[in-house]
Design a protein around this ligand. Structure first.
Ligand SMILES: Nc1ncnc2c1ncn2[C@@H]1O[C@H](COP(=O)(O)OP(=O)(O)O)[C@@H](O)[C@H]1O
Ligand SMILES: [Mg+2]
Length: 263
């Protein structure tokens, strides 16, 4: 479970996150939706300790996200992260890129000498199979299409055997068809691996299609939090186009809607 309590984050004078209160239960698939600059990436980065909150607290599975290096390393072992730009090592093979996800488990010395164990290879092949790329294992990462590279990045995060997967705009660089296939894969993996998944998106149609719960973020504040089934695309558009409707929507959220989120 992720719990954010009264979280604020400033960069200099700019308040990027403003009093965020958010609880995400195990096995949820949450889409964090918002326009560019809303604070989505910053919020995700506060969950795995890449950013330090200015006020408030964040905990994952009951443990406070701290700045202590050893504790952060333990926390991040359980958190997989994927990015818009994939962040693969371009010149390395697909197999080696995925193996890198196991580095959190090998000691520092053995990682320097790349001494992976049999289990590391087994997991790598298992997850490459799962993302449909086992045949490409010897290809160089930069020989693959964008969608394939994102699949490699997903496999790399899964060999880490995380409990939580954070995906920051994972489909922003992909064409619509590929974007859909990647989000379908993430939904499938969430169920099969029993993960908690948080995906940031700026596309409302994709948020509605793949998010079970949508948390709307604007100007560093949560402006909506509801089951995706209970909000229409039109309402989502209004949330971001008409500032007056933002507050109206907040007030008009019924208890039934609030309960439905956790159903
Ligand atoms: N490291 C940083 N230093 C200064 N400002 C930052 C930093 N990271 C993000 N910001 C600012 O915080 C705001 C929110 O950014 P971000 O979390 O990346 O939003 P989003 O992911 O929703 O586009 C933006 O105005 C951005 O310029
Ligand atoms: Mg971002």
């Amino acid at each position: 479970m992720i719990q954010m309590t009264d979280v604020s984050k400033n960069f200099g004078q700019e308040k990027v996150l403003n009093q965020i209160n958010l609880t995400i239960s195990d096995n949820e698939l949450v889409v964090l939706l918002g326009p560019s600059g809303a604070g989505k990436s910053t919020l995700l980065r506060c969950i795995n300790g890449l950013e330090r909150v200015s006020a408030g607290s964040v905990s994952v599975d009951g443990k406070q996200v701290t700045t202590n290096k050893k504790e952060l390393r333990l926390l991040r072992k359980n958190i997989g992260m994927i990015f818009q730009q994939f962040h693969l090592v371009k010149r390395m093979s697909v197999l080696d890129n995925v193996l890198c996800g196991r580095l959190a488990y090998t000691g520092t010395l053995s990682s320097i000498f790349k001494r992976f164990e049999r289990r590391d290879y087994e997991l790598t092949l298992h997850y490459l199979e799962k993302v449909g790329l086992v045949d490409k294992r010897n290809a160089r990462a930069d020989e693959l299409s964008g969608g394939q590279q994102q699949r490699v990045a997903i496999a790399r995060s899964l060999v880490q055997e995380p409990k939580l997967l954070l995906a920051d705009e994972p489909v922003a660089s992909l064409d619509p068809k590929t974007a859909n296939s990647i989000l379908e894969l993430l939904s499938l993996i969430k169920n099969e691996e029993k993960l908690t998944v948080v995906i940031t998106l700026h596309q409302m149609d994709l948020a509605k299609k793949y998010g079970k719960r949508i948390v709307g973020l604007n100007n560093g504040q949560i402006v909506a939090d509801m089951a995706a089934d209970l909000i229409s695309i039109d309402e989502l558009y209004q949330l971001y186009e008409d500032q007056a409707l933002i507050s109206q929507k907040q007030f008009s959220m019924s208890d039934q809607e609030k309960v439905a989120i956790h159903a």
